[in-house]
Design a protein. Structure first.
Length: 218
């Protein structure tokens, strides 16, 4: 069993540094935007003492632990969903991951440039959220003509089309698909679209060394 997690964030927030720390696999960490061009992929086994206990009972020929795959993509910028900063191709690399980890810059090192010229975590989070929503809008709008044809053939197609239209309306209002209160059937109906905003999000604050215990915005 494997879990895949895409690592996202603006340029120079520490994504590749996190990737290297999590996977013990080198990723290019540099003080300039788009240092990561091709996605870095690392697979990490998950330690589980229960496996050893089970192995003592069953004596298998091989013990295979669960794994987590991390995919580190280039930093996203405003306009990424329309291709700014090569954003489109990078977003495609995480469409089929199970979850997204967003690295958010809180540290204030003047030697590490910020694409917006100042450190503003809340603004950075909003930028990434907006780009993921816009990318999903493009995905759903592209899919709807095909879903309309499927809806003419069977009830399953009708369900997919209705779910897609509901999600599109929510996205256009600035809401992530995951927050729209979709039923299990609706989630299943749009699964094939691999929407970025349907994935669980984990926010990782990259703080200054002396601020590890500091209170952060919710």
């Amino acid at each position: 069993m494997a879990l895949s997690i895409g690592i996202v964030g603006l340029p120079n927030v520490g994504k590749s540094t996190l990737f290297t720390a999590m996977t013990n696999k080198g990723g290019l960490a540099a003080n300039y935007p788009f240092a990561t061009i091709e996605p870095n992929v690392g697979i990490v086994p998950v330690p589980d003492d229960r496996l050893d206990a089970l192995a003592e009972i069953d004596h298998p020929a091989k013990i295979v632990p669960a794994t987590v795959e991390f995919v580190d993509i280039a930093g996203l910028v405003a306009g990424a969903s329309q291709g700014e900063g090569l954003g489109n191709q990078f977003l495609a690399n995480i469409r089929e991951t199970d979850a997204i980890a967003e690295v958010v810059r809180f540290f204030g090192d003047p030697d590490v440039t910020h694409v917006a010229g100042k450190v503003d975590p809340l603004s950075d989070v909003d930028t990434i959220k907006t780009e993921l929503i816009l990318a999903d809008i493009a995905t759903v709008e592209k899919a709807i003509p095909r879903l309309e044809k499927e809806a003419k053939r069977d009830k399953a197609g009708v369900a997919k089309l209705e779910a897609a239209k509901k999600v599109l309306a929510g996205l256009n209002e600035g809401h992530r698909a995951r927050t729209l209160g979709l039923s299990d059937d609706e989630v299943e109906a749009i699964y094939e679209l691999h929407l970025l905003t349907m994935k669980p999000m984990l926010y990782i604050a990259n703080v200054d060394e002396d601020a590890v215990s500091a209170e952060l915005p919710e």
